[in-house]
Design a protein around this ligand. Structure first.
Ligand SMILES: Cc1ncc(COP(=O)(O)O)c(C=O)c1O
Length: 417
């Protein structure tokens, strides 16, 4: 059997056991070369037309990784004042930030307006609110094209049963509100869902969106959303998203639009999050106890659902490697095992009955493809501290890019008694 971390030299010149000892576990570890290669790939998807990929920072909001995205020529999108603030802190100029919220307060919209950040409005009421706050301004509207796609019901972000966007039949109402407040609808955006390895649903959505775009005048930007998938089953040789053929097919759709509108070609945009960062991150966790319970073997680690929520939230699969004395265990006895965290929930499982090398107390568990929606979705549940994050730099050396939270920080919001 192969080991992804060893074959890809994920830890560079560092030994994962030494990293775990130095920084403690659970520990997020990222590989800079891997991250940059994925960022470069999305930045270069369209070369024939004006194009920008926005890094969707909800996938990973580490400041060092945001700076990397900026260096790789990506714009970024934000969901909240916190995310906009972090992007500004990372050095993104306002005109490279796109605020794509839903159901936000007047104060949050005002923050974007004050910072000159292009904002997408997700409902007619929010558009109306934006109009009252910023008459004569420019904005985007999020259209829900009525169809969605994705690996799990909870990540399908368009379609008739989701909360997102404004339905196409409300386009005239958009124009009425725009007229009332003298707003320029300079952009339309959509995001149909997440984690598709077959690009067809995205391409269908692009084609459909270009049809919808024809209802709008003077669009400066058309944003097709994100969702490109990554091979979470890479140890079983799952094929990666084929960027080259995707890029050709995407360009062909834009060709058809450009032919119809040769004098009015907007800047095309997309919003990939996961693709940029998922494969460039792993989590190292320590096995603290193993046991048999009614015929099942459990390996209990410190990677709880507070550290990685995806398996509990979406039943997501993450490949797992076992490391012993700093080396991947690939040969020898294998057995079916439930790898669990240390959280008081029966859903706190990284995998169920998976065939893995026989796990012993003291081993390290390495969870692959954890760079997206990993740390950014982690929490203090069960009053556990947020993990540290380490980057393996291009030189192959470890660099701490977020230290572990302290108990003082976790409790700092309580008033003094
Ligand atoms: C509006 C929007 N854009 C982009 C993304 C990024 O999606 P992904 O990480 O699958 O590329 C999301 C994810 O939920 C989103 O809601």
């Amino acid at each position: 059997m192969k080991s992804f971390v060893e074959q890809s030299n994920f830890f560079g010149t560092e030994n994962p056991e030494a990293l775990a000892k130095q920084y403690g576990t659970p520990l997020y570890v990222y590989n800079e070369e891997n991250l940059r290669a994925h960022m470069k790939a999305v930045a270069g998807v369209i070369t024939k037309y004006p194009y920008r990929a926005n890094f969707s920072m909800k996938a990973n909001s580490n400041l060092s990784i945001l700076k990397m995205a900026l260096e790789e020529g990506l714009n970024a999108d934000a969901m909240s004042v916190g995310e906009m603030t972090l992007l500004l802190k990372a050095g993104f100029p306002s005109d490279r930030i796109f605020f794509v919220p839903n159901n936000v307060s007047e104060e949050e919209l005002q923050f974007a307006i004050d910072h000159d950040i292009m904002t997408s409005l997700d409902s007619l009421e929010q558009l109306e609110l934006f109009g009252t706050l910023n008459p004569g301004g420019k904005c985007s509207v999020r259209i829900n094209p009525g169809v969605g796609a994705g690996h799990h019901e909870k990540v399908v972000t368009a379609g008739k049963k989701t909360k997102f966007g404004i339905e196409e039949s409300d386009v005239d109402a958009i124009f009425d509100i725009a007229k009332k407040y003298n707003l320029h609808i300079a952009e339309i955006n959509q995001h149909v869902g997440s984690q598709y390895l077959d690009p067809q649903p995205f391409l269908d959505a692009v084609e459909n969106f270009l049809r919808i775009a024809e209802k709008f005048d003077e669009l400066e930007y058309i944003d097709f959303g994100g969702g490109y998938g990554i091979p979470y089953h890479k140890l079983d040789d799952e094929a990666a998203f084929d960027m080259e053929s995707f890029s050709e097919r995407f360009t062909a759709l834009l060709d058809a639009y450009a032919e119809r509108h040769p004098d009015n070609i907007p800047l095309f945009k997309s919003e990939p999050g996961r693709y940029c960062v998922a494969e460039g991150g792993v989590i190292l966790g320590r096995v603290h106890a193993t046991k048999q319970n009614y015929g099942n073997k459990y390996a209990g680690t410190d990677i709880g659902m507070n550290v990685l929520a995806r398996p509990t939230l979406y039943d997501s699969w993450h490949d797992i490697e076992i490391l012993r004395d700093g080396k991947a265990v690939t040969e020898g006895e294998h057995e079916e095992v439930y790898v669990t965290g240390n959280i008081c929930e029966s859903g706190d499982l990284l995998c169920k009955g998976r065939n893995l090398p026989k796990i012993q107390r003291g081993d390290l568990v390495c969870v692959l493809d954890a760079g997206a929606y990993g740390f950014s979705m982690s929490s203090n549940y069960n009053s556990r501290l947020l993990s540290a994050e380490v980057l393996i730099t291009k030189e192959g050396k470890a660099k701490l890019i977020r230290r572990r939270q302290t108990f003082e920080e976790m409790f700092a919001t309580f008033p003094e008694e």
